[in-house]
Design a protein around this ligand. Structure first.
Ligand code: 13P
Ligand code: SF4
Length: 338
């Protein structure tokens, strides 16, 4: 039985987030989480940007497409989503009857925040004959205003499924949108949003790093800005980047995405060296502050107390499910995902 020691451990405790509960530091959280999984028939889905401890207790670790696909097919009663709000919300959209928990409800996303629904609705009205393809990193309100959702691993296929003469609005990531315009030869109208983590890399520092590590391959997420993508050896979603490091013969990689992914890269290729791409500031970190709000302690508490829970208005859920279903159908037909 789990022990939340409120009385005895006053001097040696850590206060954990939303519940303002003092957690007994002698508790083996790994064992407790395993116990709770079994007792509650719960599954933990984690994104690669989560802290290593969370990745190590997860039942499935993946990119946004893989996570949505797992959420769609799980038989568990409770989905514990170790990721950010739009990911857990997507799981709820696909599973209205299941309980979906997010360890910290404040785990948002700067990219999703860059597209407020009222402004986007007005933008859409200015482009009446366009269909909307939205990156999954957006709110349910934006999804409900979209025709098809995509992720970084299926975006090209999704765009190719649309007739070439059909004008498209792409939202909310302008960097991913510009990259896709180049790749597909389309001229999609781009919403002016971006991810704070992927815009922080310093081209100058990366160039210097490449001089010191001439054999290293530079691999980058397509949310990065164009000048960086131009010098990258490989561009892909988190899962695609991980696979590339497993299959490529290079021994060193400079990784231009959130640092959480390095845990799986290092685990599956211990003989290789992974260097986080340096950011354009004095702090040597490119962690996503939203992703990193989740901790093992919060994960344990949210499983124990079954809160915070994602809840949704049913009309919004139904409207936002349509473009996600379309994405999942196209991905399945193309054999994409995990
Ligand atoms: P993917 O894992 O789908 O590549 O997305 C990266 C990301 O920024 C998630 O927030
Ligand atoms: Fe959002 Fe960027 Fe964080 Fe992903 S890494 S959750 S896109 S802010």
């Amino acid at each position: 039985m789990a022990v939340i020691n409120m009385e005895d451990a006053r001097k040696n405790v850590s206060r954990v987030g939303f519940l303002d509960i003092e957690l007994d530091p002698t508790l083996d959280l790994f064992l407790e989480i395993e116990r709770l999984k079994k007792e509650k028939n719960a599954i933990i889905l984690a994104h690669y940007y989560q802290e290593p401890d969370i990745q190590d207790v997860a039942d499935y670790i993946g990119d946004s497409l893989g996570l949505a696909q797992q959420a769609e097919k799980t038989q568990a009663d409770i989905i514990v989503f170790a990721g950010v709000h739009f990911m857990a919300e997507t799981a709820k959209i696909l599973n209205p009857s299941k309980k979906v928990l997010l360890p910290d409800l404040n785990a948002g996303c700067s990219l999703a925040d860059s597209a407020p629904a009222d402004l986007f609705r007005a933008f859409k009205e200015q482009h009446p004959n366009h269909i909307v393809i939205s990156y999954i990193n957006c709110t349910a309100d934006i999804k409900a205003l979209s025709d098809i959702i995509c992720t970084s691993s299926n975006a090209e296929k999704i765009i190719e499924s649309v007739p070439v003469d059909q004008p498209i609005i792409f939202a909310p990531d302008k960097n991913l949108g510009a990259y896709l315009n180049k790749k597909t030869g389309r001229n999609m109208v781009l919403w002016n949003g971006a991810c704070m983590v992927h815009e922080i890399f310093s081209l100058e520092k990366i160039t210097k790093l490449k001089v010191r590590h001439p054999e290293a391959k530079l691999i980058a997420h397509p949310e990065c800005e164009d000048p960086l993508l131009r010098i990258a050896d490989f561009i892909g979603s988190t899962t695609q980047l991980l696979k590339y490091t497993q299959q490529d013969s290079a021994k060193e990689f400079i990784v231009a995405t959130e640092t959480g992914i390095l845990h799986q890269m290092q685990k599956s290729s211990p003989e290789k060296t992974f260097i986080p791409a340096p950011p354009d500031n004095s702090c040597a970190c490119n962690d996503c502050p939203h992703m990193k709000l989740n901790t093992l302690e919060k994960l344990y508490l949210c499983m124990e107390y079954e809160t915070p829970e994602i809840t949704m208005d049913e009309a919004l859920r139904i409207a936002s499910k349509k473009p996600i279903d379309r994405m999942l159908e196209i991905s399945k037909a193309a054999g994409l995902g995990g």
